[in-house]
Design a protein around this ligand. Sequence first.
Ligand SMILES: NC(=O)c1ccc[n+]([C@@H]2O[C@H](COP(=O)([O-])OP(=O)(O)OC[C@H]3O[C@@H](n4cnc5c(N)ncnc54)[C@H](O)[C@@H]3O)[C@@H](O)[C@H]2O)c1
Length: 433
Amino acid sequence: MDLKEKIDSAAAHVGIIGLGYVGLPLACEFARAGFQLTGIDTDPAKVDRVNRAESYVQDVPNAVLASHVQAGRLRATTDVAALRSCDAVIICVPTPLRKTRDPDISYIVAAVGAIAAEIHPDMLVVLESTTYPGTTEEVIRSRLESTGFKVGRDFYLAFSPERVDPGNARFNTRNTPKIVGGITPACGDMAAALYRKAIDTVIQVSSTESAEMIKLLENTFRSVNIALVNEIALMCDRLGLDVWEVIDAAATKPFGFMPFYPGPGLGGHCIPIDPHYLSWKLKTLNYYAKFIELASEINGNMPHFVLSKIVEALNVQRKAVNGSRLLILVVAYKKDIGDVRESPALDVIKLLQDRGAEVVYNDPYVEEISLDHGILRSSALSDDLLATSDCTIIITDHSSYDYARVVEKARSVVDTRNATRDVKAGRKKITKI
Ligand SMILES: NC(=O)c1ccc[n+]([C@@H]2O[C@H](COP(=O)([O-])OP(=O)(O)OC[C@H]3O[C@@H](n4cnc5c(N)ncnc54)[C@H](O)[C@@H]3O)[C@@H](O)[C@H]2O)c1
């Protein structure tokens, strides 16, 4: 059987490198489609948990994982030699920034090194990690071809950006349309054939660079629009206007407007990071990506704006930040999930602790966080905790909270998400951004 026949009959053995927020749900989709899956991760704890059918990704229920593991369709390993028996390999490793805010593609390089050691004829390799245009061609193709294999002839290579939105109840890995671009048309066709077996809609584009750029457009679009609305929030603050009313009313326009909402700053592994991959690449071409840098500056300053709102709320009580007891509601960057990566809550807490505040937090999804000033553990959200905190700061609006109770019991509330919009009593205690 050639690779296409193996894909069409779901007989292809699929390897996924990186079993995180992206890799684990993807592995489950391919297992659901009947493929044999091997997940490879450098983290032995994740590997053990997958093999014990114990999910650590909120969007993957234990029962779903267990059904694939128990049926023998999905197993995990730290051993990269497992790639030898894989017909298709999908790379889902992290792509963070270095301290200098330059792309760190070392995880991709390590994964590709492992594939190069096990490459065999007819192998399909797909990169899903978000990265700058040109990575698949310049970094992966050249490394894999250094083995003597030729792309499009001996192996297939494509890029397919992951678009997963953790915690989204409507759109998941399966029903979010998948973009695929190959190095050669045959590469694109082969990768598209594989994804069509597991994903509802697959859209093929002309090149890997185009596929890489599409993901960066999507995330830059979000970053820039969030920055715009954050700046509108700063303007409304100066004008004494309620930015939430302004946005909601503007959103009644049935065409030409799409609402974005202000907040305490950007969080997560994508929006604060990915646009910098694009601006870095453009710098190498002597082009300065102005919107990206400006958006990053505005969004990056939002925790300071939140600090100014906390100062305002404490001022009413004739209190200073120094020595105050402040309660942060939610350290996750996003509603109803437990991901704290790049969370603006961490920036706000640092600003407060640096100024001498005693900070406590509650987050039903996050048991503890590690900070410059040590480890903080989530405190139970008792009436007493609310009543004894000088200010309660809503950083993220998990749906599980009773906001009327929060406002009733709290001394003062800074609401960065308009979570208290429906609370009728005690509105004087609320400071909104
Ligand atoms: N999380 C999201 O919402 C999201 C959405 C779209 C795109 N992405 C992109 O997808 C990629 C992966 O993100 P994620 O959120 O799944 O990251 P993650 O940190 O949750 O998972 C990555 C996994 O890769 C493993 N790993 C690292 N190096 C490895 C190696 N050499 N071999 C094997 N395993 C290795 C890590 O141990 C980790 O388990 C990133 O490029 C990210 O930008 C993420």
